[in-house]
Design a binder for this molecule. Structure first.
Ligand SMILES: [Zn+2]
Length: 54
């Protein structure tokens, strides 16, 4: 579970593991794709490599 900003809600929302659509390992890090309870789809990069990219 994590908190992220949803532009549809116009506020921070909690994303539950069941709302995570996929995790993709890329050279930029792990891309997490998720959807909000309102249907908004978003993604962010996490993992060690996320901060290693200049
Ligand atoms: Zn939302």
């Amino acid at each position: 579970m994590f908190e992220t900003y949803c532009p549809v809600h116009e506020s921070n929302v909690l994303i539950f593991p069941s709302s995570i659509d996929e995790l993709v390992n890329t050279e930029r890090g792990i891309v997490v794709r998720y959807h909000c309870t309102c249907g908004h789809e978003g993604a962010f990069v996490t993992g060690k490599r996320a901060t290693a990219v200049g």
